[in-house]
Design a protein around this ligand. Structure first.
Ligand SMILES: Cc1cc2nc3c(=O)[nH]c(=O)nc-3n(C[C@H](O)[C@H](O)[C@H](O)COP(=O)(O)OP(=O)(O)OC[C@H]3O[C@@H](n4cnc5c(N)ncnc54)[C@H](O)[C@@H]3O)c2cc1C
Length: 297
């Protein structure tokens, strides 16, 4: 029995899609197909689903908005667990709880409607709350970890509540990258006038206007201590370099633009960049982007 039929049989009420193009689920726009995308609608459903996937050793991976993810080429009989149906968002007068599937846009809109400040740095970043938390997304001066009070996640099939130190946030890092599934996040917000919020958002959006257009995953590499990865790539003479249908942006060298290529093209270009930068500067770049790797346990 294939993965879709197996999951449909075990979870008849869960939201599921069959034979899904991963190119359409990611901002980079390449990659093959997965036989099943499954979207639990609350923490209990997510825990039950993940326990089942682990017990049956069904290949699986987690996905949010797909804005930092490079999926594999080829077709896979596997379950992609999406946060799509975890869209609840509520402010209790103290803190804001957002489900993992809430998009950055919806988060900022909700904050505006309720005069809540704190989330403005995320305006314009393509993301879900889950993906933002896993990646510790943000801008130079503010990261997701600066707002987090607690994270609700599934570890080994069990729902756990993580206080900030247990999240092990770092530069584009968190413990949730170790195959944990984020269900929702409790965020610190503060009362701010709508006028001030609008002004803050305008300022953050203005800074994003110069980013390259086209299909990408945003920054490909983490900035090494004290230097920008884009600058190192530029210095290595790689701006505009193409491999197959993937190209180093000539506007911002840390962006790879997919001009109709495959994931293998993107992957090969990443390897070329790493090798050349290491050769010319002695610095080994660490990938920020995440490869969609199927877990079996
Ligand atoms: C044009 C562009 C601009 C960008 N600008 C920025 C920027 O300014 N700052 C910045 O930090 N990033 C930026 N990015 C990168 C990206 O927006 C962030 O990394 C964002 O946090 C990704 O969220 P996502 O929901 O798309 O995650 P995805 O790409 O879906 O997933 C990222 C990783 O998290 C995992 N994951 C996703 N959801 C869950 C979950 N619920 N539980 C467990 N694991 C999960 C995935 O398996 C994957 O490993 C940019 C990307 C693009 C395309």
């Amino acid at each position: 029995m294939g993965v879709f039929a197996l999951l449909r049989d075990r979870f008849p009420c869960m939201k599921m899609e069959r034979d899904v193009s991963l190119a359409r689920r990611t901002t980079i726009g390449c990659g093959g197909r997965a036989s099943c995308v499954v979207s639990p609608s609350d923490a209990e459903e997510a825990a039950e689903l993940i326990s089942f996937l682990k017990k049956e050793r069904i290949p699986h991976a987690f996905l949010g908005a797909g804005a930092n993810t490079l999926p594999p080429d080829g077709d896979y009989d596997a379950a992609i667990v999406s946060s799509d149906a975890l869209r609840g968002i509520v402010y209790d007068g103290n803190a804001l709880f957002a489900g993992a599937g809430v998009t950055g846009g919806s988060l900022v809109r909700y904050a505006m409607e309720n005069s809540l400040g704190g989330v403005e740095p995320f305006v314009g970043i393509p993301m879900t709350v889950g993906g933002g938390c896993v990646m510790n997304a943000g801008v130079k001066e503010k990261h997701f970890s600066d707002l987090v009070l607690r994270v609700l996640a599934v570890r080994n099939g069990r729902i756990e509540s993580f206080p900030v130190p247990a999240c092990r946030f770092g530069e584009k890092r968190s413990i949730f990258q170790e195959n944990l599934f984020v269900v929702g996040v409790l965020l610190r917000v503060e009362r701010v006038s709508v006028g001030q919020l609008r002004k803050n958002c305008r300022e953050y959006l203005a800074r994003r206007r110069t980013l390259p257009k086209g299909r990408s995953m945003g920054c490909t590499f983490v900035n090494p201590e004290g230097v920008s990865a884009g600058e190192l790539i530029d210095r290595a003479g790689l701006k505009g370099l193409a491999f197959g249908g993937a190209r180093v942006s000539s506007i911002h060298a840390n962006f790879i633009i997919n001009e109709g290529g495959t994931s293998s093209d993107v992957s090969a270009l990443i390897d070329i960049i790493k090798n050349e930068v290491l050769l010319k500067t002695g610095i080994l770049l660490r990938e920020e982007i995440r490869r969609l790797e199927l877990q079996h346990t």
